[in-house]
Write a protein that binds this ligand. Structure first.
Ligand code: UD1
Ligand code: CA
Length: 482
């Protein structure tokens, strides 16, 4: 744990992000189940700052609403017009009232890969070196568009940050860039922001100018080079959005694999940041695990499966399945080709087999729904078997009704359970039954038309047809044999 808890973290999120070409503000675009600003706020929270302020401007009500819903306790400062990153930080300090005593960390809202560890390392270096400002820099293969870190040729000390648009050809060749993340002394930051001018190519107040202002006033300034430049990737367009998604996914899967999860093909598996695993879980190719999904030990998920907010119990098998807000018990079997909708709970060793859809259904331990069925609004006991091609008829056109089936029942194939209806423990139903009335425990329910065979009908009504000839040949053949 770091002893250098910052007084405040300021997240800059007022820009529109025009290069996204989107009706959604840039910082609300999502990767791995979290908005861009959400990733930054989550990393910032790891620093346990006294104050966490997000500067909002463009689409502020939408951004503020998002923060209130998902990141309660985050303060917002309004920047009416986007007059630059320095101006944005000034608005944040105004929101806080007095300039904060201690360290102020500034982060851009569009750098979702930045980790809490990196922010903490920056705050630690800043404190250890006794700097007035420490910038997080990175060596990148292509520095186009970024602010360049200019160092003194003789001493190697950082002298200034020059924006791409304001840089000379010589400065543009520099590959060490400003990540947009800084640690400042709060009081000195407030003073220096008052001196930032707008005589640059964009006519904006650049936060980056604070560094040279403080240095010229005789304060210590420093740069801390990020270990992995990919972490500071700023998202400006959808190509970078996809790139960040890929990098984050790789990071999440590596973490899972190092913790004991088998991921057969990491290139085709996608996980959200909120997904959790137990060691010896196995994830097969083409699988997406979203939201609060949890996969327990020895469970095998995939291939080609999408689980959202779903819990998979130990040793369960989930194959070619889509599930949302479902619970799969230990040792249960789902799919191939099953669809589990919200409110589905499969008990231990239960089965939802091929082409089975379930919704709002509680299936007891060892109960099987193996083939081609719809189970909606139902409670089924333990060790019951539901015959193939059965439908729980739960909707009368206006309201949904519930079906209850007991334990150790055997229902026939092609049954319709017209809800509300209850079938007692140990009962059987005949194939093809439409069950509209309750079935007592231990009874056999038969609810279908009686079969009637009309002898010789084909020969009389379809004389000379292929069917008639086949029937004729068949009866002669059987006559010869007998
Ligand atoms: C900024 C830095 C640049 C750095 C780069 C890293 C400055 C002047 N430039 O450039 O040195 O290499 O980030 O990604 O700081 N924002 C506001 N209000 C404003 C302007 C911006 O809140 O008035 C926010 C944006 O929403 C965004 C962040 O600040 O989250 C950065 O702004 P952006 O326009 O993307 O800056 P860059 O040109 O990328
Ligand atoms: Ca940017």
């Amino acid at each position: 744990m770091s002893a250098n808890l910052p007084a405040a973290v300021v997240v800059l999120a007022a820009g529109e992000g025009t290069r996204m070409k989107s009706k959604t503000p840039k910082v609300l675009h999502e990767i791995a189940g979290r908005s861009l600003v959400g990733h930054v706020v989550s990393a910032a929270r790891e620093l346990e700052p006294e104050h966490l302020v997000v500067v909002v401007g463009h689409a502020r009500e939408q951004v503020r609403g998002h923060l209130e819903e998902h990141y309660a306790g985050t303060r917002t400062a309004v920047q009416e017009e986007q007059n630059g990153t320095g101006h944005a930080v000034r608005m944040a300090l105004e929101e806080l009232g007095a300039a904060p005593e201690g360290t102020v960390v500034v982060v851009c809202g569009d750098t979702p890969l930045l980790s809490g560890d990196t922010l903490r390392a920056l705050a630690d270096t800043h404190a250890a070196d006794g700097n007035a400002v420490t910038v997080l820099s990175a060596e990148v293969p292509d520095s186009t568009g970024y602010g360049r870190i200019v160092r003194d040729a003789a001493t190697g000390a950082v002298t200034e940050i020059v924006e791409h648009k304001d840089a000379s050809d010589e400065q543009r060749a520099i590959r060490e860039i400003n990540s947009g993340v800084f640690a400042f002394d709060g009081k000195l930051l407030a003073e220096a922001l008052g001196q930032v001018r707008t005589d640059n190519s964009q006519g904006e107040e650049y936060l980056t100018d604070v560094l040279s202002i403080l240095r010229e006033a005789g304060h210590r300034v420093g740069a801390s080079v990020a270990a992995d430049h990919r972490e500071i990737l700023g998202i400006n367009n959808r190509v970078q959005l996809a790139e960040a998604r890929g990098l984050l996914n790789q990071r999440l899967l590596e973490r899972a694999m190092l913790a004991g999860v088998t991921v057969v093909d990491p290139a085709s598996v996608f996980v959200d940041v909120t997904v959790t695993f137990e060691p010896d879980a196995v994830i097969l190719p083409g699988t997406q695990l979203l939201g609060a999904t949890h996969v327990a030990e020895d469970a095998v998920v995939g291939p080609n499966t999408r689980l959202k907010d779903t819990t998979v119990g130990a040793g369960a098998r989930v194959d070619n399945t889509v599930a949302d807000s479902a619970t799969v018990g230990a040792g249960a079997s789902v799919g191939p080709y099953a669809y589990l909708r919200p409110g589905t709970s499969l008990g231990a060793k239960a089965k939802a087999g091929t082409y089975v859809e379930m919704k709002n259904a509680t299936i007891g331990e060892g109960t099987k729904v193996p083939h081609l069925s719809y189970v909606g609004d139902a409670t089924i006991g333990e060790y019951t078997n539901i015959g193939a091609a059965s439908v729980f008829v739960n909707y009368d056109g206006e309201a949904k009704h519930h079906t209850t089936i007991g334990s150790h029942c055997k229902t026939g194939s092609d049954n319709m359970f017209v809800a509300p209806v209850t079938i007692g423990d140990g009962a059987y139903t005949a194939a093809g039954s439409v069950i509209t009335k309750d079935v007592p425990a231990g009874a056999l329910a038969v609810a279908r038309g009686q079969q009637r065979n009309i002898e010789g009908w084909v020969a009389r009504k379809r004389p000379g047809s292929a069917a008639a000839q086949a029937a004729q040949a068949g009866s002669e053949g059987s006559a010869v044999e007998s």
